[in-house]
Ligand binder design. Structure first.
Ligand SMILES: Cc1ncc(COP(=O)(O)O)c(C=O)c1O
Length: 432
């Protein structure tokens, strides 16, 4: 048995069978061995171009040298500190840096941060902040939303696939409204939100500025300003989940900047560290101070690894890399090419009804069958073939019929072009 087959066999025998999808026909997944920049090598030595940045994490490139160096140095000096008890210098530097790149850049005061490990924890910290601040339990959330899978965040995640098995234990404080696709939808969305404002005790609106896992759904201009206006009118907090869209992914530091709106709280994760599990809930300082009482010795919200020194050191280096390499600007420039390429590709597709969309280096290519059904099987087949040809892509969307494109922001122009050409070829072959 070769190395890859042996590893997959062990996973099948000892890992929860719900975790790793093993295609019974073979060819999926591949076992990663090492990474550098935009490339991944599997255990057989085969090299791949990564168009996912591994869920958007490797924004400054996989194993970015400065980030790895910062992590290694920190690891040898102080591997672990004491979360909410005895802190360390990197944590102070990071919360200051997070304030600088968010609320201070937007010119709305300072930010104060609660650090966590996974994205869903940042969302849950934001939800706790909102109930402490407003004393209102209800949260307006959006159809198609993905905010993570912890029991708190799951209330705000829309997809029945994730919720149904646990529905009986969910608290049901999320009220779902439509996620707008065009400006014509905005009136309907406003009507639905006002309905919940009247009927429920709503303390916050939680929203992704672009729905990433729903298949790169980009709302119309005017959407975030509308939410901002409704929140201001009712004293409701606007929480933006920028766990996927943050740190340059969409061509700005944060996607909310495309619509000129500053939130009350922003949730960050993924690209924050470039590869260490860390997340952040950053709120406007006055709101955070009003919501959270000063600690008298026992924090209300903490965890063993809160503010992990290695994560903090890596996040600081990652933020510096994003700044020095001007990666949000690079993402914007390459994003124009990506949007054009996807639109042209969609226009050339004959059998399927195709739609391409992108903002910065967050793109999606959606395929529907002539019957109007999502082309789920075809998209999976295309992604598997892409893998075979040395390109890593992921399917997204509720029906898995969107090819998601979120490469490291350092991807060379020629590599992106090569990947788009291969995608176009395989879409064409699959239509024939
Ligand atoms: C917008 C958004 N929020 C929250 C999460 C959850 O993050 P994590 O998987 O780190 O808990 C994700 C993960 O994909 C996400 O895309």
């Amino acid at each position: 048995m070769d190395a890859q087959a042996d590893i997959l066999r062990r996973l099948r025998e000892y890992e929860s069978r719900n975790v790793t999808y093993l295609d019974p026909r073979g060819g999926w997944p591949v076992v990663w061995e090492r990474v550098q920049g935009v490339h991944v090598w599997d255990v057989t030595g085969k090299r791949y171009l990564d168009l996912t940045a591994a869920f958007g994490v490797a924004a400054a490139g996989h194993s970015n040298r400065a980030v790895v160096k910062a992590g290694q140095k920190q690891m040898s000096q102080l591997l672990h500190a004491m979360g909410d008890v005895h802190p360390h210098a990197r944590k102070a530097e990071l919360v200051e840096a997070l304030s600088r790149v968010t609320f201070e850049r937007w010119g709305v005061g300072r930010g104060k941060t609660l650090l966590g490990s996974s994205g869903f924890e940042a969302v849950e910290a934001a939800l706790k902040t909102a109930i402490l601040f407003t004393q209102k339990r209800g949260v307006v959330v959006f159809e198609g939303a993905y905010h993570g899978l912890g029991y708190g965040a799951l209330n705000a995640t829309h997809r029945p696939y994730f919720r149904n098995p646990f529905e009986s234990q969910l608290r049901e404080f999320g009220h779902f409204v439509e996620f707008p696709q065009t400006s014509a939808d905005l009136t309907k969305v406003e009507f639905q939100i006002r309905h919940y404002f009247r009927r429920e005790r709503i303390g916050s609106i939680l929203v992704e500025p672009i729905q990433a896992r729903a298949g790169c759904r980009i709302p119309p201009q005017g959407f975030l300003p509308l939410l901002r206006k409704l929140c201001n009118e009712e004293g409701v907090l606007l929480i933006l989940d920028e766990i996927y869209t943050g740190f340059g992914r969409t061509g700005k530091w944060f996607a909310c900047e495309h619509q000129g709106v500053a939130p009350d709280i922003i949730c960050l994760g993924k690209a924050l560290t470039g590869g260490f599990p860390m997340s952040a809930c950053v709120g406007r300082a006055d709101i955070m101070d009003a919501a959270w009482p000063e600690s008298t010795g026992e924090a209300l919200h903490t965890s063993t690894f809160l503010g992990h020194p290695v994560g903090c050191a890596m996040a600081l280096a990652q933020i510096q890399q994003l700044e020095e390499l001007r990666l949000p600007e690079r993402s914007a420039a390459l994003g124009e090419y990506l949007a054009m390429e996807l639109a042209e590709m969609a226009a050339r597709v004959e059998y399927f009804h195709a739609e391409g969309r992108a903002l910065g280096l967050m793109g999606g290519f959606q395929l529907m069958l002539p019957t109007g059904e999502p082309a789920t099987r075809a998209v999976l087949e295309i992604i598997k073939k892409l893998l075979h040809h040395g390109f890593i892509f992921l399917p997204e969307g509720e029906a898995g019929n969107v090819v998601s494109i979120t490469p490291p922001l350092i991807i060379p122009d020629a590599d992106l072009a090569k990947a788009m050409e291969m995608l176009a070829t395989l879409v064409r072959e699959t239509s024939e």
